[in-house]
Design a binder for this molecule. Structure first.
Ligand code: ATP
Ligand code: MG
Length: 883
């Protein structure tokens, strides 16, 4: 059975059981602080399980894109080395929200596997929860056991512990026992040798879990105790690629038609064969896996970047690039060439891949190119470190055992200078039997990051419920003030913000951050005149949360809540302008322009979009004019709330990939521009007054960014520009033609710089000549320790210049600059090898004389310190290394 049909059969089966079939939610999570990527089928439905929203149908089935590369579920290390864990995979799931429970979930799973798919029941095993005698003191799940018994012989039902058979959403929230279904696809011969039962949950590649049925019946509270859930839920997840492996009669997910076309393409491009050499096979599996993860996230709007979810994607891609580089000899970009096959194969089930193919290819290619620029140098440096450590070990092998460790400094330099994610350094180290000093790396990382990790650690209390089952209504499209009741609140404590209160009302005019638009600020006031400021508003799992420093005094009374109208108005100007800008870009540049991200603040707006070249001055002017014409045209806001998504699309509204839309949507229209949008807007484009682009540039391959301002900010902008112009003119002695005067100054400056440079060069040349004559021969080593009147770069230049002329050199140079001391030590590589000398060690030790520290490589290292008076002592000490 082809994978396409396997997926369809699953969905049809549950459709016949009255389930609504929904498309996969985007993989990148936007409104859940505990999760970066969807890592299981249930994640997009969290709001239903938490009771924050009601699904239209309480039975749903889908195939959900999942990514397991960080946090609670991280399978990255397994991928490629085993045959059944992926970074990105599809999870087939059926869901009951307070509807059917264990009996149906078990019966249907069995019917689907054995009757619809025709899996031989003699290869199946199931597990049930055995109970726990810890603090939870939970009973065994006899209910599930008894249902299973009616389908499968009891010697195929295994009892499992809490780790395998009790599922929890997180530290808090819904949880319950689960039943896993495992398959044993080994040959009859193998089975005769060892029974399958003993291999279940033992990481055997042919005895694997395919489906997990979770029975949510408890709620875990913040204090750790459990309570029964009023509505019980079913959450199931079946690994699609593993199911394909079983149904296609192969022994590895990579031998199913989900992967073989990609693997064939890798073979063609790299001229390597799959299935001959384990190292090459791992590389091919890793790349065929990683390209899927990266392509799907780009399609969802998550581009590789240096932080957060973007960095996870970059890490995955860089890992793949390095596997290609080292094991498949691919020194130029090639992973982007796999996107074509991928989008052909998967484009039907996931249209976003087809629609964005061009962009995905461009982004991956550019990422590959940029990493390949530093990859070989980084590998060289890493190998050098490993060689050196091994060399040291060889020399002293008989005396002490030197640990095979890559220092935190090296790992950090690889990260910072060569773009090696830590996990990649660890991987290469591991291949060579080395470990990485992760603590050391993290310390350096911490120093670089201004915000420490501890600052973002939070503790969250349980909600205090004031009004049971309260619904929350958003009234912020129509009003900025309302009389409200507090329905629940909780305290969140973090080092960064201290205590904060999260407040939820029965209704609210506060817009929660979302769709690029910032959350509203404002205040609440009670009848006694007590005021609490609302500092921000956010949506979490579909609940609108207001952030305040204090809890209102009279929590049971009504409050007046008021949104900061000025900030809201400015934000609305920018939001409407963003829509007009999107329309303008499609008009001026073409229909290929698609929104790739936006940030709508009160002070400015930012818009990222797909386009492949820099905008010309004319294009920018046309875009500005287009928007300003619509502002002058006084176009009214026409808004349709709660219309079916299909109806809005039929009217011409564009939906965005990577956005999660409900069944009904809100459509916004200004003139011709219709968009699906939950944000707030001006009532008429005339309110915007004026639109001005202040910058345009590239964010990534094929993605450009425009920043623009509206309304008052434009007036400020012109005013400031004008002032700067007059100040500059003043500085140029009121020159009639200030631009020309500035050009003259620049020219003069360039000439002067050139003169200085040549003077310095002459000086360095003299110094080199002098230094050569000062070299002392000590025990066959050319030695010199001296203070020079040069900067750090000068010291290095002179050292390397001399280094190129001798192969037995030991230099220690020092200089004093801005009341700081600097040492730099150069040792010929030959001496490093023959005498076991190490420049890093030298500067670390002598650095103490100048009250400082440093490090570097065995043949060249530097140290800085705050005590120039110690320079002489350091120079004096240097000789001791040669005795
Ligand atoms: P395993 O123990 O094999 O890692 P799991 O216990 O982590 O599985 P669940 O979290 O229960 O798996 O996920 C439900 C199903 O999703 C599993 O039964 C399996 O078929 C599939 N699955 C889980 N992780 C992966 C992965 N990394 N790649 C492919 N499929 C997976
Ligand atoms: Mg797992």
């Amino acid at each position: 059975m082809k994978s396409q049909d396997i997926r369809l059969k699953f969905l049809n089966f549950f459709k016949e059981k009255q389930h609504s079939i929904v498309p996969s939610a985007p993989m990148v999570v936007k409104d859940d602080p505990t999760l970066m990527f969807v890592n299981s089928g249930m994640a997009p439905f969290k709001e239903y399980f938490l009771g924050n929203a009601q699904p239209k149908n309480n039975r749903i089935a889908d195939s959900q894109k999942c990514l397991r590369v960080s946090g609670k579920h991280n399978d990255l290390e397994e991928v490629g080395y085993d045959t059944y864990h992926h970074t990105l995979f599809e999870m087939l799931g059926n869901w009951s929200f307070g509807d059917y429970f264990k009996r149906e979930a078990i019966a249907w799973a069995w019917e689907l596997l054995t009757e619809v798919y025709g899996i031989d029941k003699d290869i199946l095993y199931v597990t049930v929860f055995e109970g726990s005698d810890d603090a939870d003191n939970l009973p065994m799940d006899t209910e599930a056991y008894d249902f299973w018994k009616t389908f499968i012989s009891e010697d195929r039902i295994l009892k499992g512990n809490k780790k395998d058979n009790f599922w929890e959403m997180g530290d808090q929230g819904p949880c319950g026992p689960c039943s896993e279904i495992h398959v044993d696809i080994r040959s009859a011969e193998e089975k005769a040798k060892v029974g399958g039962k003993s291999l279940v949950n033992m990481d055997h590649p042919q005895v694997v879990e395919i489906w997990n049925l979770v029975f949510m019946q408890y709620n875990r509270k913040a204090n750790g105790s459990l309570e029964n859930l009023p509505d019980k839920h079913i959450d199931t997840g079946m690994g699609f690629e593993r199911l394909c492996m079983v149904l296609q009669g192969v022994q590895s997910n990579y031998d199913t038609d989900v992967f073989t076309p990609i693997i064939r393409e890798i073979e063609t491009i790299t001229n390597k064969n799959y299935g001959k050499d384990e190292k090459i096979d791992v590389a091919i599996r890793v790349i065929s896996d990683h390209v899927r993860a990266v392509a799907f996230s780009i399609a969802d709007g998550q581009l590789p970047s240096n932080t957060g979810a973007g960095y996870v994607i970059r890490r995955i891609l860089r890992r793949a690039v390095r596997y290609g580089f080292t094991f498949l000899d691919k020194k130029e970009p090639f992973i982007y060439r796999l996107v074509d096959v991928l989008s052909n194969r998967m484009g039907k089930a996931f249209p976003e891949l087809k629609a964005q193919k061009h962009l995905i290819e461009n982004v991956i290619k550019e990422e590959e190119q940029s990493f390949l620029r530093t990859l070989d140098k980084g590998i060289e440096m890493l190998e050098h470190h490993m060689d050196f450590n091994t060399l040291m070990k060889d020399k002293v092998n008989t005396i002490i055992e030197i640990e095979k460790v890559i220092s935190g400094t090296t790992a950090f330099e690889l990260y910072d200078t060569y773009g090696f994610p830590l996990d990649l350094t660890q991987l290469i180290a591991k291949e060579n039997g080395f470990l990485v000093d992760v603590k050391g790396f993290e310390n350096l990382m911490q120093k670089q990051k201004s915000r420490s990790r501890a600052a973002s650690e939070m503790s969250t209390d349980d909600w205090t419920i004031l009004i049971d089952d309260a619904e929350e209504e958003f009234v912020g499209y129509d009003t900025l003030e309302a009389n409200v009741k507090l329905t629940r609140y909780r305290k969140v404590t973090s080092k960064k913000d201290g205590d904060m209160y999260q407040l939820v009302f029965n209704l609210t005019p506060f817009y929660p951050e979302g769709g690029g638009q910032v959350g509203d600020k404002g205040y609440l006031e009670d009848a006694h005149g007590d005021v609490v400021y609302i500092l921000d508003t956010k949506k979490e799992n579909n609940v609108i949360i207001h952030f305040a420093k204090n809890l209102p005094k009279h929590i049971d009374e009504s409050f007046k809540v008021v949104v900061d109208a000025k900030q809201r108005y400015r934000t609305e100007c920018n939001h409407t302008a963003t829509h007009l800008l999107h329309q303008a870009l499609r008009e001026v540049l073409g229909e290929h322009v698609e929104q790739k991200g936006s940030a709508v603040h009160s002070k400015y707006l930012r818009f990222d979009f797909s386009h492949f070249s820099k905008l010309t001055v004319e294009e920018l002017r046309d875009v500005e004019n287009f928007v300003n014409r619509r502002i002058d045209g006084k176009l009214p806001l026409i808004e349709k709330r709660n219309i079916p998504k299909d109806e809005a699309i039929a009217e011409g509204a564009m939906s965005l990939f990577g956005e999660k839309y409900g069944d009904t949507v809100r459509a916004i229209r200004f003139g011709q521009s219709i968009e699906l949008c939950g944000g707030t807007h001006v009532k008429n484009t005339a309110d915007i007054w004026h639109f001005k682009i202040i910058s345009e540039g590239a964010v990534a391959a094929g993605i450009r960014r425009i920043e623009a301002i509206t309304n008052d900010a434009v007036k400020d902008f012109y005013f400031e520009n004008n002032r700067a112009y007059f100040e500059m003119k003043d500085l140029l002695n009121n020159a009639k033609e200030p631009v020309k005067a500035l050009q003259n100054l620049q020219e003069e400056n360039t000439n002067l710089k050139k003169q200085i440079e040549s003077l310095l060069k002459a000086k360095a040349k003299n110094i080199k000549g002098e230094l050569k004559s000062e070299l002392q021969n000590i025990n066959g080593v050319q030695f010199l320790a001296k203070k020079l009147d040069l900067d750090a770069a000068g010291l290095k230049d002179v050292a390397f210049e001399l280094g190129s002329q001798f192969d037995n050199l030991f230099l220690l140079f020092a200089t004093e600059q801005n009341e700081k001391a600097l040492l730099s030590c150069y040792i010929s590589k030959e001496l490093v090898a023959s005498k076991g000398l190490n420049a890093g060690q030298v500067v670390r030790e002598l650095g103490k004389c100048i009250q400082g520290g440093g490090g570097g490589q065995p043949f060249f290292a530097t140290a800085g310190g705050k005590n120039p008076a110690g320079i002489d002592e350091a120079l004096e000490e240097a000789k001791k290394y040669l005795n």
